[in-house]
Design a protein around this ligand. Sequence first.
Ligand code: GLC
Length: 542
Amino acid sequence: MVTGSPLPWWMSAVVYQIYPRSFADANGDGIGDLAGIRAHLDDLAWLGVDAIWISPFYPSPMVDFGYDVSDYCNVDPLFGTLEEFDALVAEAHALDLRIIIDWVPNHTSDRHPWFLDALTDRSNDHRNWYVWRDPRSDGLPPNNWVAAFDMSAPAWTFDEASGQWYLHLFDSAQPDLNWDEPGVVDAMHDVLRFWLDRGVDGIRADVVHCIGKDPQLPDNPSELAAIPHSALNDVPVTHQRIRDIRNLLDSYPGDRVIVGEVYLLSTEAVATYYGDGDELHLSFNFPPLYAPWSEPHWRRCIDSTVHALAPRDAWPTWVLSNHDNPRHRSRYDAAALFRGEDPASVVRRSELRARCAAVMLLTLRGTPFLFQGEEMGLLDAVIPPDRVVDPGGRDGCRAPLPWDGTDHHGWIAPEGIEPWLPFPDESSTCNYASQRDDPDSVLHLYRRLIACRRRHPALSLGDFVLFDAPDGVLAYRRTVDDEVCAALINFTDTTVAIDHHFGIEASLGRAPATVAISSDGSGEGSPFDGRLLPDQAVVLTT
Ligand code: GLC
């Protein structure tokens, strides 16, 4: 790692994802809002994160809870106003928190004025802003693509009035934009300028790998036919479009960042979206998010990330949870029950494993993205069938954040108004207020880890090398200039002795190393005694 030249802020940043419906509700309608975010900016600054990414807050019919946008340049009244957004940016900046917003370039809502226009007749100016095809001679949809959410349904809906099908890789209420149409490109670039001019520091680009499509719209190969939005986008024009977007961002001062959601489960494929340093600054890489809690599996994920990104000098990202997937602690919990682990110990062990995962997330080489609530080790909520609202079955991880242990967990609740989703089961004991008071809590572990990254630049910007350790232990070293740190993660349920022959001291340069962080809080500040407890991770410094 070259030091000396100023590096962009997002390389060493910790980013915190806010799902605004579920973060905090300031007006008592049961749905989180921008005022709720403003009220908790101090808490985020206390945690120590550098940036917040806010999922969509734009006007929307909410079929996909904001990822179906009907006006890209405004705020949905549910969430507040544009003036409140400006105030949020100013207040966040005053606390040194950067703002990343979500941009949904692949599709609009079917209520967006462009699509309503397109529906009026085939000659309308906006018709070609979407992807239309005539029926096949047998009357079937134009190709075999399936829609996300309901994979038994085609990615096409027939418009009786015009006799054509329109494409939607997601819900039928989310028609795909046609990026071959210059008007679409100009309009979506204008949307970016609108928000960059308001001072946002970055963009999270939703399913950005889908904005280019093979013009022939060929059938997917049969082995991929049941997988939504696969195999249809790796066309050169997608990369050209991303380069143009990157140029637009780079024309603004202040290292505005674009992080893309490239939902391809191959890290090699994801790596191509960094281009030659001229496409995405960052891309999400999802295999680690789906990785089970197993040392060989994580070793493979880390290896393949290093090997895919290093030749391009591309900067990795790490993510354990987000608004589209069960939280990692819930995943580890479910997997342990499935393996037949004792249910009485599973809840405790899944918390210990989630603590270890946090140590990795915040010490691997790359930019970590936290999902709101994971800093409390939250589990998903159990959603009764009559409260299910998401077409994609993702309600559990989107449950409202419990801010305290009272009945309404810090959500103002006028008589008869329930939050839009139930709280996670453990909310009376696992909530922000109780964890803030408890120095042994997961919340305090995240805070200590983030502070440790700040104190030791090796942990954010340093070189990364895996080194040998006993089976079931992952060990790596981070080095910048003459600073050396190491992380040891014990994936097993037994105490492991780390003998001298594993070379930890040698690898750190001098003995004994100090435990800067331990996932259970034990021994911090003391010399490392060469023992890792079951399900324990430590960060060592010299
Ligand atoms: C992305 C979002 C997801 C949304 C989908 C369609 O995958 O993360 O929440 O449903 O795009 O916009």
